[in-house]
Design a protein around this ligand. Structure first.
Ligand SMILES: [Fe+2]
Length: 389
């Protein structure tokens, strides 16, 4: 999709070259509280209503994941072999960016892309000790359809939000714009309005087809892996509130609840709109990073990799049989299944991908369970991430 670089503003990175993983520390006494966040979220939600943002933005359309060029084929192959996604189209744009659109029924699309050279707005965020070896690799953008893009952009510009391009990009099939990556999450949010008859198409006007995309492997267990359920972004303890409020103000989402795991200094905050929609999760420390050994796996991860999307979760049926088949095929997990049928939910994390650095979560909800996870599951999953390098 569009690759632009322009100055940014209020919420967003002002000069990407000056952004490093090392943000100012909060005071040691800082601790997150839901009461403070709820109060501020109420104000943002009122603003969403007043401006009409919550009516303009629709459910997630796509996520854009960038890889190093050498990892692009492996990343496509891996996603096809571990999810319910199938290859859609592949294209190369005028800037020689290569992209593959993967699709799954009833789910947001996954766009994998590789640029010939790192994009400064994103590579500047990939400078943490473990991230810098793959300077172009991260889940960069979450793309939401918008009903009236002109109106949406006008509202957000008035609020001080700055976008990567000075104007909305107008292509034959769609109009598109994206924000600068967030200072708090490193995620950019994209907004797309399709021309009639082109819904779900992302090819720029000057693109050429990308031949030779890998085929979907014939693995029967993959029919049990379904839509993208949630993405979990890791943010610093002192920036949880700002990260969430920024996301709410751009999407019309609402803060739902947070589950602390005191023993591991970890706080999982859930932001949703409708239960059937894609959910956004923010995981932070309860208190800020102090040292690798005692700060807990969440803040330690951020210290090593910087704020970023940590995992994508896919709804999965017959999860025991499905992950058993995946294990036989060589897929490695961080731990065993968390949860139980009686509790209404099973969840499991894979080891991080060597191609995208992302962990994959498989999540199976039973019966009428519409919750997000149990406290026991969050504790066990957080423990599992401590086994990640
Ligand atoms: Fe998750």
């Amino acid at each position: 999709m569009a690759d632009f670089a322009r100055p940014a503003g209020k919420f967003y990175v002002r000069d990407p070259s000056k952004v490093t993983y090392a943000m100012p520390m909060q005071e040691a006494s800082f601790g997150n509280t839901d009461a403070r966040l709820r109060e501020m979220a109420r104000r943002v939600e009122q603003e969403q209503k007043d401006t009409g943002i919550d009516d303009l933005v629709d459910n997630l359309a796509a996520v854009i994941i960038s890889t190093e060029p050498g990892h692009f084929p492996g990343a496509v192959e891996e996603l096809l072999a571990t999810t319910g996604y199938s290859p859609g189209c592949g294209f190369r744009d005028g800037g020689f960016l290569q992209a593959a659109v993967l699709r799954c029924q009833g789910s947001a699309d996954i766009i994998l892309q590789a640029r010939p050279a790192p994009h400064p707005a994103f590579s500047a965020l990939n400078t943490a000790p473990r991230a810098r070896k793959l300077p172009s690799t991260r889940l960069e953008t979450l793309v939401f359809p918008v009903q009236d893009l002109e109106e949406y952009v006008a509202i957000q510009r008035k609020r001080g939000v700055r976008f990567l391009s000075p104007e909305i990009l107008t292509a034959d099939r769609y109009r598109f714009i994206q924000t600068y990556p967030s200072l708090y999450t490193g995620n950019s949010l994209g907004f797309i309005e399709w021309e009639e008859g082109f819904r779900g198409e992302y090819q720029p006007d000057n693109s050429t087809p990308l031949e030779g995309l890998p085929q979907k492997p014939d693995l029967p267990h993959l029919q049990h892996v379904g839509p993208l359920d949630h993405a979990a972004t890791r943010v610093r303890a002192g920036e949880r509130d700002r990260a969430i409020l920024e996301f709410l103000s751009l999407t019309g989402y609402r803060f739902s609840f947070a589950i602390p795991v005191e023993s591991q200094n970890s706080l999982t905050s859930v932001v949703r709109r409708n239960p059937e929609d894609f959910t956004m999760v923010f995981t932070s420390g309860i208190s800020p990073f102090h040292d690798e050994a005692t700060t807990g796996p969440t803040e330690a991860f951020i210290h090593r990799y910087g704020p970023r999307v940590h995992h994508l979760a896919f709804r999965t049926e017959a999860i025991r049989e499905t992950i058993a088949a995946m294990e036989r095929g060589g897929l490695a997990f961080l731990d065993g299944l968390a949860g139980s049928e009686e509790e209404g939910i099973h969840q499991i994390f894979t080891r991080p991908s060597p191609h995208t650095m992302l962990v994959t979560e498989y999540i199976h909800r039973y019966g009428g369970f519409d919750g997000f996870f149990t406290e026991g599951n969050v504790t066990r999953l957080t423990e599992a991430t401590a086994r990640q390098d």
